[in-house]
Design a protein around this ligand. Structure first.
Ligand SMILES: Nc1nc2c(c(=O)[nH]1)N[C@H]1C(S)=C(S)[C@@H](COP(=O)(O)O)O[C@H]1N2
Ligand SMILES: [Mo]
Length: 198
């Protein structure tokens, strides 16, 4: 069990941990559109842009110099598998607030990933206390197929919101459906309400 310095995603305190229509798996399936990109961590950057006072690009070294956190969470994939008890390590999204000044008109975060993948989140969902840019999963660096070097983890929404191979975050005033959201998935994706398809 995680110790006290771990952020416990609130859903892990529910009496019933498995949302409706989901089945437990012990494995960790790999799902995404396209190929697993080969990313050189020394060339990797995360660009913060859109409605910010001054755009910024963070290197891996800069990400590692930020305060790291651990998040204990469950994973719920819309294809009906759930994987409980995941321990993620990385940088909470709230750390970005100290790095760029987000303009007051901003309401949404569009998370960008390699190959043009995007996913959209309200700022409320994006800055929830259990959302992080994960560099490690269950004590090991995120593997290439699970999003190396950095993936987003949004514990309280279906796993398609957890973009792998993140390249940037764009802050916008208007919502803009991402890749899966424009291919039939729900705009928000709350597993407890079975917000599977749009
Ligand atoms: N860059 C990128 N991230 C992505 C996807 C994708 O196609 N591209 N698919 C999403 C979907 S649909 C799921 S279910 C999860 C799967 O993550 P996993 O392969 O680590 O289980 O990644 C999400 N993140
Ligand atoms: Mo998915």
């Amino acid at each position: 069990m995680p110790s006290q310095d771990v952020i416990k995603s609130p859903d892990t305190s529910r009496a019933e941990r498995v949302p409706p229509g989901q089945e437990l798996t012990e494995s960790f399936p790999v799902l995404h559109y396209g190929n697993v990109p080969k990313i050189n961590p020394n060339e990797w950057k995360m660009r913060l842009f859109g409605l910010v006072e001054a755009e910024r690009s963070l290197s891996i070294a800069e990400i590692l110099s930020l305060p790291q956190a651990r998040v204990f969470s469950d994973v719920h994939c819309v294809t009906t598998w759930s994987r409980l008890n995941n321990l993620w390590e990385g940088v909470p999204t709230t750390a970005l607030k100290g790095l760029v000044k987000i303009k007051t008109e901003a309401r949404f975060a569009i998370v960008h990933a390699y190959g043009g993948f995007t996913t959209n989140l309200s700022l409320q969902d994006f800055f929830a206390e259990d959302v992080l840019f994960a560099l490690k999963h269950d004590g090991r660096p995120i593997s290439p197929e699970h999003g190396y070097p950095v993936r987003l983890v949004v514990p309280r929404l279906y796993f398609w919101k957890s973009a792998k191979w993140v390249t940037g975050v764009e802050f916008t005033a208007e919502d803009r459906p991402g890749f899966w959201e424009s291919h039939g998935y729900h705009n928000r994706g709350d597993p407890w309400k079975e917000e599977r398809y749009g």
